[in-house]
Design a protein around this ligand. Structure first.
Ligand code: NAD
Length: 417
């Protein structure tokens, strides 16, 4: 309820619950993380000498968050960081910082010592201060490409470790053999859920072969969604986060039309009774979209589904791979052989086979790639532990009768001379 209210009644209650529960999965993962922190040990690498490595905390780490999942994204960050032994500075989005405060209170109630989790508020100046602070060793960022690449460059120049999880354009390829009802349900849920304000939202569908019937049914199903205040229990989509966000979304839709796309469903002029001044955008579908259009090149981050067409499966794969982003891509088919080809050839970090939003559970990592990610180590899972720790390697010598061999200036090796 608090998340929905702070989101300007934009996040529906169901989506706000998802926000909390997906975050709690990372807390559960962090509770069982001890074995992921285990080091390595080789005994007797040379006579009387053992070498082992331990994973140590970095010290102070920081997280910079976007508005769209105000509970889940902080929970992607600080539970892993503090379980690895670090302290953490969390900067929530200035648009909805309340959930972070609640999470910090709950963490302290659960026994997190004072000073381990710290919250700072603000915008660009606060972010820049985090990037420049000499005590901060690593920054985890989630948000847009503009901010993410700025933070990546500025913090890396100060010697920090950075993971920037950024924007996306997630595609679904639909083959003629796909199961129609299940696929349409998946496309609509992934395209319009959270009003498209998810980094893993589906923004483009590439139909292989004749798409007329698919598009007709897609429009029919999208029309049945209820657009309302997120506080209404039956709402499927709430308003988008701000007036500026609505204007930007409408501008990109209009640019698509101006560039020759056909508007199959227009949600730009929707009025919701009782909330006439709300920032609502209803489900919108554009078809005949081409790769050179601005609406395709830019992340829209709203309830807008773009439809493209390919004559063959290979052409569909090429379309997806040419896009600069690489968070997720899905395939809808009943053929295992084709699915295997997709898995191997598609250039996206998270692949779904008949799954529209392929976000893995946290014992795997969140593996965005290409322009959707900058850094070397992804969120949570093994990579998350590696991101928040550094390796120390120890070589120890315990001999029964040390000494007596004289001073040797030769390079020590494991070879017996
Ligand atoms: P945003 O980039 O505007 O804000 C994110 C954070 O960066 C905020 O804390 C903000 O204060 C800060 N910030 C914004 N502009 C800045 C600047 N110029 N310099 C320094 N700091 C700046 O993002 P948003 O609108 O809150 O969130 C939406 C974006 O987040 C979308 O692009 C979406 O795809 C992305 N996102 C990505 C993932 C992922 O895992 N890849 C997950 C969720 C959201």
């Amino acid at each position: 309820m608090t998340i929905t209210a702070e989101h300007g009644k934009g996040k529906t209650l169901k989506d706000a619950q998802g926000d909390v529960f997906r975050g709690l999965e990372v807390v559960e993962h962090a509770c069982g993380m001890a074995t992921l922190q285990m080091g390595e040990y080789v005994s007797n690498v040379s006579s009387g000498i053992d070498t082992y490595s331990i994973r140590e905390p970095l010290g102070v780490c920081a997280g910079i968050c976007p508005f769209n999942f105000p509970a889940m994204i902080p929970l992607w960050m600080f539970p892993v960081a503090v379980t690895c032994g670090n302290t953490f500075v969390l900067k929530p989005s200035e648009k909805d910082p309340g959930a972070s405060i609640i999470l910090a209170e709950l963490a302290m109630e659960a026994g997190l010592p004072k000073g381990v989790l710290n919250i700072v508020h603000g915008t660009t100046d606060t972010v820049n201060a985090i990037c420049d602070d000499e005590n901060i060793r690593a920054i985890s960022f989630v948000g847009s490409n503009t901010a993410g690449m700025h933070i990546y460059g500025r913090a890396a120049a100060k010697g920090k470790r950075v993971q920037s999880n950024m924007g996306a354009k997630n595609h679904a390829v639909v083959l003629p053999d796909a199961s129609m009802d299940a696929t349409l349900n998946a496309l609509v849920a992934a395209g319009f859920g959270a009003a498209g304000q998810r980094c893993m939202a589906l923004s483009t569908v590439v139909f292989v072969g004749d798409s007329k019937l698919w598009e007709e049914k897609l429009v029919e199903l999208a029309k049945s969604l209820k657009v309302n205040s997120g506080l209404e229990p039956d709402a499927d989509l709430g308003p988008v986060i701000s007036k500026q966000a609505k204007e930007r979304i409408c501008k990109l839709i209009q640019s698509g039309v101006d560039d020759g796309a056909r508007l199959l469903l227009d949600g730009t002029d929707i009025v919701v009774p009782g909330y006439e001044r709300g920032n609502f955008v209803g489900p919108t579908i554009l078809t005949d979209v081409r790769a050179d259009m601005e609406c395709y090149k830019e992340e829209i981050f709203g309830p807008v589904l773009l439809c493209m067409h390919a004559d063959s499966f290979d052409e569909a794969i090429k379309i997806v791979n040419r896009n600069k982003y690489g968070n997720g891509a899905s395939l809808f088919t009943t053929s295992g052989i084709v699915a295997r080809k997709f898995q191997n050839e598609i250039e996206a970090g998270q692949v779904g086979i008949n799954v529209p939003i392929p976000v893995p559970l946290p014992f795997f990592s969140f593996t965005g790639s290409k322009a959707s990610f900058a850094g070397d180590l992804n969120f949570y899972g093994k990579a998350g532990v590696h991101f928040f720790t550094q390796i120390k390697t120890i070589t120890q010598q315990w001999k029964d009768s040390p000494g007596g061999t004289g001073v040797s200036l030769a390079m020590p090796t494991s070879q017996k001379s």
